[in-house]
Write a protein that binds this ligand. Structure first.
Ligand code: 4NP
Length: 169
């Protein structure tokens, strides 16, 4: 088996894993399904805090995703674990606080690449705003951002995997 047969593993991380990262996971899965490449990937999400572990996504997240034709209701919140740093090729932080917390816990031998979600849109250092304390429009804004950013992320990952296969040949 060479590298091209291995699934590409992508983890989206926010604070609570009930608002932003479930939407990013849902949007990314949808892009994969639309391109018929879901089986080549392992996709998950997690939170740097474990306050909502075991819970469904926030009802406002479930609603905006459903409005966009995406069912995220089967997702369950979980806390980021040390094993995630070995398991996932890409760990995508929703905001700069998440990025700092993820990097602070990162084991020295960790192989995953940790980056910020909106860096995929070409503007560095921007946060996906936390909609938890706001109204439904915040969730709509988050969906729009993560839908675009996960689309760009997928292009970047596919380019990187094509490059690595070409190097192996
Ligand atoms: P998320 O939003 O990090 O996008 O899932 C939050 C969810 C819950 C809390 C904060 C942010 N909370 O404090 O419980």
């Amino acid at each position: 088996m060479n590298n091209s047969d291995m699934p590409i593993r992508v983890l989206f991380v926010c604070l609570g894993n009930i608002c932003r990262s479930p939407l990013a996971e849902g949007a990314f899965r949808t892009h994969l399904k639309n391109r018929n490449i879901l089986s080549r990937f392992v996709v998950d999400s997690a939170g740097t805090g474990g306050y909502h572990a075991g819970e469904k996504p926030d009802p406002r997240s479930i609603k905006i995703a459903r409005d966009m034709g995406v069912d995220i209701s089967q997702q369950r919140s979980r806390k980021l674990e040390l094993d995630d740093y070995q398991h996932f090729d890409y760990i995508i932080a929703m905001d700069r606080t998440n990025l700092r917390d993820i990097n602070a816990r990162k084991p020295t031998q960790a192989t995953s690449q940790v980056t910020l979600m909106l860096d995929e849109l070409g503007v560095k250092g921007q946060d996906v705003p936390d909609p938890y304390y706001g109204g439904p429009s915040g969730f709509e804004q988050v969906w729009k951002l993560v839908d675009r950013a996960t689309h760009s992320l997928l292009d970047r990952i596919l380019t990187a995997s094509t490059d690595s296969v070409t190097r192996l040949d």
